[in-house]
Write a protein that binds this ligand. Sequence first.
Ligand code: 5AD
Ligand code: SF4
Length: 450
Amino acid sequence: MKASDMEKKKVYIETYGCQMNVNDTEVMLSILEDAGYEPAETMEEADVILANTCSIRENAEQRVWGRIDRFRLEKKKRGGVIIGITGCMAERLKDKLLDNHVVDLVAGPDSYRSLPEMLRNVSPDNPQINVLLSHEETYADIVPVRTDKNGVSAYISIMRGCNNACSYCVVPYTRGAERSRDPKTILREAEDLFSRGYREVCLLGQNVDSYFWEDPESADGNVNFAQLLEAVAKISPDLRVRFSTSHPKDISDEVIYTMAMYENICRHIHLPVQSGSDVMLEKMRRKYTREWYLERVRKIRSVIPDCGLTTDVIAGFCSETEEDHKATLSLMEEVGFDSAFMFQYSERPGTLAARKYPDDVPEETKTRRLNEIIALQSRMSLLSNEKDVGKTFRVLTEGTSKKSEGELFGRTSSNKVCVFPAEGHGKGEYLEVEVVSCTSATLIAKLKQH
Ligand code: 5AD
Ligand code: SF4
């Protein structure tokens, strides 16, 4: 009997963490659809309930634990429901998650092809686990089932894993070694999205600048990130290209010049600095100095003056002094980031920092420093937005604004959110807008009259 002849089983996946995890959920849905499952909108209608998880900070894991309790309640209410954990927490906690029958299934980030088989074999006495990490798996041939609601902007994974060893970070342990995906499959996926009406793709990797594809069949067939970016940009001038995340130690002049050459490569770089203190950067094993970072910023701005710059910052890393913290604040002020993701350090078991450095900055100090960082950034974000008032931007509309039906929202090339009256327009359109005012988070605009 074919899967289509049966009553289809429904799978509900809740996604936590980064954009890469969102894309992984889409890959899982594709694999499961091929095996005869269909996506469920809510957990109440699902036969299989999965949490695709994140381990990057302790509070990310805490949130997932809360949801697992909720899943278990659902399982108790209805017989025959299978609950599982996939992604980084599955990889980090492994068979601990099967103890006391917490869940029925545990699948690490490289094992999603085995989900259908695991679901076939699972039973109360036979919980399933696959947490093997791979050096090859990139899910290159799998066409993700898009879960974005807008049909305008989609993520494409171009690589998996990470070969850096930032001392605070659990990602190399949970997602394994870095591997790049065949560029032909990336281009095919982007072309397919464009032909289905998508107008923006975001190329994803933990460190996109180290993307490298070696073609064994031709001597000059190697592809680096700049070349991949160019190839995707050439698909159509109406397909905007974004990418994330760049690493300050690896972002090359070639990438910066390629961005400048193509109007449809968005003028935005997410360049996590983490700290402005050389002592902290060394301890974090980031492999660059404050001066190196500032030089990269100067280079970007000299080649692409209107480039949006955003960053990640960690407050209160091991033995961080008041002087180190001030160095972070002064770097933020010097660069003037458009926005930032800001965190207080949380020790992750198994990382180099957890093994070597005491987590010795008191909680209140971490929180106070983080608050100072957030306050400074919101001033900088407002300043950056104020500079755009009166300017005209070409935005790609993504949908109606959350606050008002009569308004659309879209993003500028530099990745700023813009809200403006719809005046009969819809999503997926490129429109010229003039900024009339702003908050620290949003540009408020009006349509340019032609
Ligand atoms: N504690 C706090 N923040 C962390 N990040 C990664 N690991 C940790 C940690 N242990 C932050 C970094 C990274 C972002 C994705 O998460 O800033 O760039
Ligand atoms: Fe973690 Fe560093 Fe890799 Fe980013 S580059 S995923 S912070 S180890």
